[in-house]
Design a protein around this ligand. Structure first.
Ligand code: GTP
Length: 333
């Protein structure tokens, strides 16, 4: 059975949950899929035989989808080896091999499993959320709070972005939507003090999860580092072993720029996972692979729309299904 059949099987089961996940990815990745599947189909129609020219154009298609040059190079090397191994001559057979290798290159040597949030079984778990202004940080915190609430967790938010005008009010609105308390102070106050308050309040409410917003200015790396280090020190002092997650929010529509932001932040603090927003707003969803491959940080959530339920746990199989859903349907006809 080919890989595409496996994907089809995985996401065509009539279980509500998988149906829902595949639907979300299919809808959210429409832009990328139209562009990517179209180009792959066109390539396969123009080149019957798998040869050097085919691979060269395939490289261009992948680079234009923001997969990232280094990742494209290793992917194409792997594809060439697989073609040799399976003695593939006809480009039609390449859809299957490409989809399988995309999943493999995402996971690398890791198990092919969705990366769950690192939350404590007992006691308070602290999630620190970092990222540049405008990437969808506040929105993602609201969506994540909503998701955790739906899982039955008691969630508190700390408005640690005291720098950007309006950030506190915006978090307040999301707190209301998600039905989570928001701990805040006035604009301009010390973020570490807000987070300290947040921890105290979360503890006294017996909360399961505290999600901390932080300021997203990037002009000065030293300031950013100092501020994040101070916030982390406060968290560590109050709860040994915390923060349990440092999530970095990146905007998929900014393409390779997102990669350089990610590098700066990971120099400033240990990032444990990525929330990639606005995947629905780009035709270049390949950035997921570049991020995972070039930064070695797992993408834990994908933003697939603006609504509260549009943040999905990142699942590389569902992602590749979202990329190739039209081709799968063609095959089914
Ligand atoms: N289409 C789409 N829009 C999104 C997604 N995530 C966030 N947005 C939108 O992106 C815009 C910016 O989001 P915000 O949450 O305000 O940005 P922010 O990062 O919190 O800004 P700061 O508080 O300055 O850091 C909003 O209009 C959101 O609705 C997503 O996954 N898909």
């Amino acid at each position: 059975m080919g890989f595409m059949d496996k994907l089809k099987g995985k996401f065509r089961q009539n279980e509500e949950e998988t149906e829902d996940v595949s639907k979300k990815y299919k809808q959210g990745m429409e832009k990328t899929r139209h562009s990517f599947s179209g180009k792959i189909n066109d390539l396969i129609a123009r080149y019957r035989k798998v040869d050097e020219d085919f691979f060269e154009e395939l490289e261009e298609v992948l680079i234009s989808a923001d997969v990232g040059v280094n990742t494209v190079m290793s992917l194409v090397d792997e594809l060439k080896m697989e073609v040799k191994r399976q003695n593939i001559k006809d480009t039609k057979e390449m859809k299957d091999v490409i989809s399988e290798k995309l999943v493999e290159i995402y996971y690398g040597d890791d198990d092919e499993e969705v990366e769950e949030l690192n939350l404590q079984e007992d006691g308070l778990s602290v999630i620190l959320v970092v990222g540049v202004n405008g990437v969808g940080k506040t929105t993602s915190i609201g969506k994540l709070a909503h998701q955790l609430k739906r899982e039955g967790k008691n969630v508190v938010l700390a408005a640690g972005d005291t720098f950007r005008a309006g950030a506190i009010e915006q978090l307040d609105i999301w707190g209301e939507r998600a039905d989570a308390d928001v701990i805040k102070q006035s604009e301009g106050s010390d973020p570490a003090a807000v987070i300290f308050d947040g921890i105290k309040s979360a503890k006294s409410r017996n909360a399961d999860v505290l999600i901390c917003d932080t300021a997203g200015r990037l002009q000065n790396k030293v300031n950013l580092m100092n501020e994040l280090a101070k916030v982390k020190r406060v968290i560590e002092r109050e709860i040994p072993g915390a923060p349990h997650e440092v999530l970095m929010v990146l905007d998929a529509t900014t393409g390779q720029n997102a990669l350089s932001q990610a590098k700066t932040f990971s120099e400033a603090t240990d990032v444990s996972g990525i929330v990639l927003t606005k995947l629905d707003g780009t035709a270049k969803g390949g950035i997921v692979l570049a991020i995972r491959n070039e930064l070695q940080i797992p993408v834990k959530f994908a933003g697939l729309g603006e609504k509260i339920e549009d943040l999905q746990k990142f699942d590389a199989h569902a992602f590749v299904y979202g990329l190739f859903a039209d081709l799968l349907e063609d095959d089914a006809e």
